[in-house]
Design a protein around this ligand. Structure first.
Ligand code: SAH
Length: 247
């Protein structure tokens, strides 16, 4: 039986790729993915057949993977970060119901939340919620409800897809919702191009984040009420209880 490996490349596709993901890419003669991710790995695997479709043609990209597997070749369907977190794993299983003879294996990767957290310091040390601000597949009212609930419950909040050209003011709108429950001085961080050329990060207050421009290559971290900045790092303490000394 032929198999599709839905493979997370990690945030940058360099040394943050797992050994398993690398082995899968070495094994599969065909690699399919969105052009930006294919470009990250093309040089590493020059002998492969690379196939792609433009952004927003995800279903067609999945069907392409199944058609290739039906020809008798193992296929790697690649995504950035983790393939099961806003990645292609779900859609591959949904469409896979039409192709019962093809096996599916999910190969995880380092997601932007953990890759970016490492750049900032230790912002995710306590309960956190991951919310995507993209309303392509989710109604904006649902996104607002989740932002409100997470802010109210004092979760650390990690935002994926914080904005794009068409959604330039979404981060601002999200911050306005969060500011209803949080202090304007709440510590936040943004990380751009995690694990890629030009990686950069900034730590700032929630009030400042509201007026900061981001793009689709940025992941945003909003600390909880205990998160603090120290020595250029963003740190969320492990607990809410005061640390006990050595009594
Ligand atoms: N499957 C991916 C997420 C895809 S959604 C993962 O697990 O990481 C796309 C969003 O993820 C981007 O808009 C951005 O917010 C975030 N992201 C993915 N890769 C990133 C990177 N290298 N640097 C910064 N943000 C990234």
């Amino acid at each position: 039986m032929n198999r599709i490996y839905v493979t997370g490349l990690g945030p940058g596709a360099g040394d943050q790729m797992t050994i398993k993901a690398r082995k899968v890419l070495e094994h599969c003669p065909v690699i399919i993915g969105y052009t930006v991710y294919i470009d990250l790995i093309r040089e590493m695997f020059p002998d492969k057949v690379f196939l792609s479709t433009p952004m927003r043609q995800e279903a067609e990209r999945c069907r392409m993977a199944f058609r290739e597997a039906e020809k008798g070749r193992d296929v790697a369907m690649v995504c950035s970060g983790d393939s099961g977190i806003y990645g292609m794993a779900g859609l591959i299983f949904e469409i896979g119901r039409d192709y019962p003879d093809i096996e599916i294996e999910v190969v995880p990767g380092i997601t932007a939340a953990s890759g970016g957290a490492a750049v900032l310091g230790a912002p995710l040390m306590h309960d956190f919620a991951v919310i995507s601000l993209s309303d392509l597949l989710t109604p904006w009212e649902t996104i607002e409800k989740r932002l409100d609930a997470a802010a109210q419950a004092d979760f650390v909040i990690c935002l994926y897809n914080p904005s794009s050209r068409k959604r330039a003011d979404y981060l601002q709108k999200a911050c306005d919702i969060i500011l209803q429950h949080r202090d304007p001085g709440n510590v936040c961080g943004i990380v751009r191009n995690i694990g890629r050329d030009g990686e950069s990060c900034q730590i700032m207050t929630l009030e400042k984040l509201r007026d900061t421009g981001t793009d689709m290559f940025t992941t945003v971290f909003i600390g909880n009420s205990k998160t603090f900045e120290w020595n250029g790092k963003m740190i969320t303490p492990r607990g809410y209880k005061e640390e006990k000394g050595n009594e």
